[in-house]
Design a protein around this ligand. Sequence first.
Ligand SMILES: [Zn+2]
Length: 447
Amino acid sequence: MSHSQPISREQIQETQSRRLRKLIPTVAESNRFWQSKWQAAGVDLAKADFSKLPLTTKAELVEDHEAHPPYGSNLTLDVGAYSRFCQTSGTTGQPLRWLDTPDSWQWMLGCWEQLFELAGLRADDRLAFPFSFGPFLGFWAAFEGAARLGRLCLPCGGMSSEARLRFIEENQATVVCCTPTYALRLAEVAADLAKQPGNSTASEMLKSVRLLIVAGEPGGSITSIRRKIEAGWGARVIDHWGMTEVGPLAAECVENPGGLHILETECIAEIIDSATEQPFDLNDKSATIRGELVITNLGRIGSPMIRYRTGDIVELDRQPCPCGRPLMRLKGGILGRVDDMLTIRGNNVFPTAVEAILREFPEVIEYQFEEVTRDSMPQLRIDVETTVGLSNSESEMKQFTLLAERIAAAIHDRLHFRPEIVAVPTLSLPRSELKSQRLRRRKGTGS
Ligand SMILES: [Zn+2]
């Protein structure tokens, strides 16, 4: 690795302050977005400390893009100084176009090098990227970061799932980087291919893979989902977190599954109460700290984000991690999205919590949620594809009814409401190599 891991909290804080002392004046001098934002908020940079800087939202970025097309005004340098382009998938609204300078891009690759170190990447690993390599950031930086480390990187853009599986097998890839949903999909395809005469079994096809690095959706830290991926591939899952707006900034360490370490030498992470917008005191040992993750990245000088509300709900893990790294750890990874929260019969429900329960049923293949209104009350409808089948035979219908009853009871037990469960035909629900949108929102479904 080109850098050494910090060994204490003091070193992390010292690094953060040093980098912040460089970032803030640079941005104040030449970045129109931050200049006008801070001016409007009446911030006196000579006096204000970091905690007095205003929070930043996605809505502000969208507005800024509309006012300053096509790239917005968060550009510290002239447009001519930028060499990389990516855009958000626009799953939660208008896509944002994001530019990086060569320096900022190198910073992104450096983040990935550290994430790979957390994931336990080995010198002889070969990485396959079943990803489309279109304009989404996705695994572009992971690909180049691994290549910069000297690992063999296998691009699998523009291929069918079947071709990707053959490619992985032929090249004996040991690590696969994709979304959790797509990891499940590839395992499904491998199982289907194995049924054809003359083909290898699914486990032979996937045998070379020892590790999956998944990102783009919260699934990687949900125990039931990761178990399903690990069982399908016979390989270990490592969850990763990043966003187009802030870069790749967190991953699970190989020593301790089920949480995300934040790369705190590369960013400042805060957890705020979404309602009051006040940051929690992360040293307060008396209460559970659970709220929205706020990120300031410290090395993407060309288009930095300062106190950015990610919209992701996280919980601080106070237990020292067995890996010995002093980096902040988020218990259970990303727990849900602030904007995905549904209120069903007085309960605050995150789709990820429902997802975790659904994945405990091996009969469930894929699903989608929708908030519907029944007798003027909000209700959750879940469409499920199951292995039970959908012929109109009486025995299958009966099997499905029993399964739906068991699922509804499990959700009722743990989340305190009873959903409506509807059987849908096999392969009728979308699978994506990008973010899967399993929550369908219908505008104007008033009660
Ligand atoms: Zn750890």
